[in-house]
Design a protein around this ligand. Sequence first.
Ligand code: PHE
Length: 437
Amino acid sequence: MAGESGSREQWGSRAGFILAAIGSAVGLGNMWRFSYLTNEGGGAAFLVLYLLLVAAVGVPVMLAELVIGRGSGRSPIGALAHYGGDRWRPLGALFLASGFLILSYYSVIAGWTLRYAVSALGGFSADSGAYFEQVATGPASVAWHLLFMTLTVGIVVGGVNRGIERVSIVLMPLLFVIICGIAVYAATLPGAGSGYAFYLDIHLEKVFDWQVLNHAAGQAFFSLSLGMGAMLTYASYLSEDENLPNESVIIAAADFAVAFVAGLAVFPLLFALGLQHEVGASSLGALFITLPTAFHEMGGAGRVVGLLFFVALAVGALTSAISLLEVVVSTAIDQLGWSRSRAAIVLGAACALLGIPSALDLGVLGFMDQLAGTLFLVFGGLMLSIFVGWVMPDPVAEARQGAEGVPWFFAWRWLLRSVVPVLLLVVLWQSLRALFG
Ligand code: PHE
């Protein structure tokens, strides 16, 4: 059953839904955190660990969200209450809080990418460190954050079909083309081979470290937009005949592919210019200081490649931000009876205000990312797996709609009941210790 309100918005096409969901998944996480973590966490060994986590945890939790969303035809709070009763409403509320908090700082970083894209037109600064200081602090940082939030609100006001879907159908293919184009160009540069080696060199010893497992799990949730109801909300606009198991694999595979290819683009660029020693400082530093240095040193070609790169980043960030805002907006429409424009404008403005401290202080931004972007998501994923594994009456029957003949359902429910919650509990415990210990 597709919810009770016949008037609920719907995606225009299957491709529209898939591109919007991929748009949610592919974002700053793919280009900002992934290559950095891979390099830090043991190269190819990290990749294998990450892929295992995506397959054993990411895809099952994604399918769980899609199933609850489509089956209930409601936003998170209503969807959880629909299958689990009122005592599951607080989990829905936590989802809203996570989305809201993540969007508040995500938009700040997205604002910087916009600014870098615009300033690439005039060439990258010779002193990227100083330039980043200028961009990332003070009124400038606030202003670009507000601009980015305005764009996000503008698209969400347009609605599921004429806003989110339309934008995703145009922007996502553009992003793929740009990232692949840069990767191909980077392959022709002199240092490319050592760049790949640096990115993917196997360091087995690093993988057997709790910290690396935490990072990989946190990254999987953040990158796949799981644990806060974004995928659930998008799926609530679906009709019955979608093959959700296949869809969850397609979305996860596309997300991984973009992250992987972005790494193939970034490391050769840094190596070609001898900047590999500057990668270490922080993931944000690598993105906003080291890479722009490379673009500066590449001269004219650097301007073009740099412009394209930051456009791709801004595009990825935009299609992710609209999914974050849509979670709260759709809840205000369902639960409070607000109009879409009112919900998007009021909630977008509130989120913009909440992001100002992050725009002014990198410490606040980092803390929010740890708290909401990692801990809350992992906790949300844990609760979701318990919900669908143990509480929801018959998730397999719901998942089977439109997906006859997909053989892995049994493993799905079993994973959600056992492996996923146990693993996430360990990760949660470890991350709490790292954060507060
Ligand atoms: N998946 C997005 C990214 O990688 C971020 C995001 C997280 C979006 C949670 C929605 C929900 O950038």
